[in-house]
Design a protein around this ligand. Structure first.
Ligand code: HEM
Length: 240
């Protein structure tokens, strides 16, 4: 009985299966034509094993396997989103993308960053500034903040054993400890030694947070000569 059931599904019966489309391929005497694809792998239902047919895993016989994308490579088909992606390119640092100087024409901007010595990364500098024992104001500055006259500023140019001081937004900073940490190199930052760095700094990297990086290096404020003459001690505390 089970075999007859199987025959109904896989091999058209020559007598009773009127639903089978194979009847169109029967000969005039009702013999099925065996090159029908559905029957070539199962030429005879009587040769099938007696196990229940529904438990048998599906078989494709000699049917062709479904086509694979990409010549069989195990790669998913491209998604719609992939066409929107930016092609992979080398990541540029913000310094390469940002103008190195406002006077440089577009397209000629190149990074002037230097390779810093080991132990002189921005993180190393951050660690140094967070250590209260670092004495970043230098040997030429007293413990308290001072008024700095233009003449005194000029002397603090980093030469003859003196620390290099510079001015930014009216405040005087000792930049000597930061020099080996400066990504733009020693020569660049020392261009502002003994004078104001406002213009140079703003030309090169106005986005850099000067105060955040050099607050521990602050020596005092720049005053004119008259203001110095008015105050004998020179200490900022005396102004109050
Ligand atoms: C006279 C003053 C200064 C000059 C002329 C100068 C010049 C330069 C130059 C030429 C570069 C390389 C820019 C590049 O090609 O990418 C640079 C980078 C840099 N400078 Fe200065 N600098 C000065 C002062 C300072 C100061 C005082 C600081 C810290 C407050 C500082 C922080 C930096 C930083 C963080 C970079 C790296 C910027 C980046 O990642 O793109 N510079 N500087």
């Amino acid at each position: 009985m089970a075999q007859e059931e199987t025959g109904k599904h896989h091999v058209p019966s020559t007598t009773s299966d009127r639903r089978s489309p194979a009847k169109d391929t029967q000969t005039s005497v009702g013999i099925p034509i065996v090159n029908d694809q559905r029957t070539t792998d199962l030429p005879s239902t009587r040769k099938r094993p007696s196990s229940p047919p529904r438990l048998k895993p599906p078989t494709f016989g000699n049917m062709a396997a479904p086509p694979r994308p990409g010549n069989g490579a195990l790669r998913p088909p491209p998604s719609a989103a992939s066409s929107l992606r930016v092609p992979a390119t080398k990541v540029l640092s913000n310094a390469l993308m940002a103008p190195t100087s406002s006077i440089m024409p577009p397209g000629k901007q190149v990074s002037r960053k230097v390779i810093l010595e080991p132990g002189h990364s921005p993180l190393d500098w951050a660690a140094l500034t967070s250590n209260p024992n670092s004495q970043l104001r230098g040997k030429d500055a007293p413990d308290n903040l001072i008024r700095v006259a233009p003449a005194q500023l000029k002397e603090q140019n980093g030469r003859k054993g003196r620390d290099a001081w510079t001015v930014y937004q009216g405040k005087v900073y000792n930049i000597t400890p930061y020099v080996p940490f400066h990504p733009g190199g020693k020569g660049e930052i020392l261009r502002g030694a003994g004078k104001s760095s406002d213009k140079l700094f703003m030309e090169v990297h106005p986005w850099v947070n000067w105060d955040g990086m050099l607050s521990e290096c602050m020596v005092g404020i720049l005053v004119n000569d008259e203001e110095i003459a008015d105050t004998k001690s020179g200490g900022l505390d005396d102004m109050d």
